[in-house]
Design a protein around this ligand. Structure first.
Ligand SMILES: [Zn+2]
Length: 271
């Protein structure tokens, strides 16, 4: 039995196997990053974590089994201060998340891991993980660090969502509710709020003209600025068949991107 034919969970390897895995040319770890935060009255707190972990597992299932790539245990609690006023949200501070990435990352680099992918499903920590990744890379230049957001760059999803949803469906709305109906329907409740900036049904104020929640001129919003239910989007339009299509698009996109990463020689180390 070869090391790459073992289960694709790094923490299921023995200590000698972990060392052997790390020393393989192009050894790569995917670290799923989620959050423990409110997702409206109908989705679980762990929504982002469930997405990151299930997507990473599905992609690893499809990649060539001989590739030296494994998954780390998920980081279930993330940086979610925007949702702090809603019960159940548990958030780490920004400094703690940066320390976490640095401390874990530096140990992986000294073991000999070549690449660490921060596989993040929570939009509120994109910038933070990019900052942590850049700092880790500078401290451990021999290991590549790739901070990605699972929803970003997946062009096929644009064709699946109406224009309004594409731009303003940010949290527990049409896209996330549909994906959960596809991945874990037993975790989805029956309420379907329409709420948040730009959506009729919201009785909360909207952002100033020219400013948006995300994008070119963002507002560093708190959920309670724009939503009563915790949803920012239109969850009433969610359905399982859309969720199946979103899931297929996500799997195909990340299978391709991670496959290309494994085929590359990144990082190219120069003195
Ligand atoms: Zn989410």
């Amino acid at each position: 039995m070869t090391i790459t034919s073992l289960p694709k969970y790094f923490h299921y390897l023995s200590s000698p196997q972990a060392l052997e895995a790390a020393k393989m040319q192009g050894s790569t770890l995917i670290w799923p990053f989620g959050a423990c935060e409110q997702h409206g009255p109908h989705l679980p707190l762990a929504t982002d974590n469930i997405f990151a972990e299930k997507l990473a597992s599905a992609v690893l299932e499809r990649l060539d089994k001989s590739l030296p790539i494994w998954m780390l245990p998920s980081q279930v609690i993330g940086f979610s201060p925007e949702h702090a006023s809603f019960p159940g949200t548990i958030s780490l501070s920004a400094s703690l998340v940066i320390s976490l990435v640095l401390e874990v990352g530096e140990q992986l680099a000294s073991l000999g891991i070549s690449r660490l992918v921060l596989f993040n499903a929570h939009g509120g920590q994109i910038g933070l993980l990019e900052t942590a990744a850049r700092e880790l890379r500078a401290k451990s230049p021999e290991m590549a660090v790739l901070p990605c957001f699972i929803w970003r760059g997946v062009s096929e999803i644009n064709g699946l969502l109406p224009l309004d949803e594409k731009n303003h469906d940010l949290h527990a709305g049409m896209a996330e509710t549909s994906l959960m109906l596809s991945m874990s329907p037993e975790l989805v409740g029956e309420e379907r709020p329409i709420d948040g900036n730009y959506f009729s049904g919201s009785s909360k104020p909207q952002t100033p003209k020219g400013w948006s929640l995300e994008g070119d001129s963002p507002c560093s919003w708190l959920t309670k600025d724009v939503s009563i239910s915790g949803v920012i989007g239109d969850s009433s339009k969610a359905n399982k068949s859309l969720g199946d299509s979103i899931q297929n698009a996500l799997i195909a996109h990340w299978e391709s991107l991670l496959g290309d990463l494994m085929a590359s020689e990144w990082p190219v180390i120069r003195d």
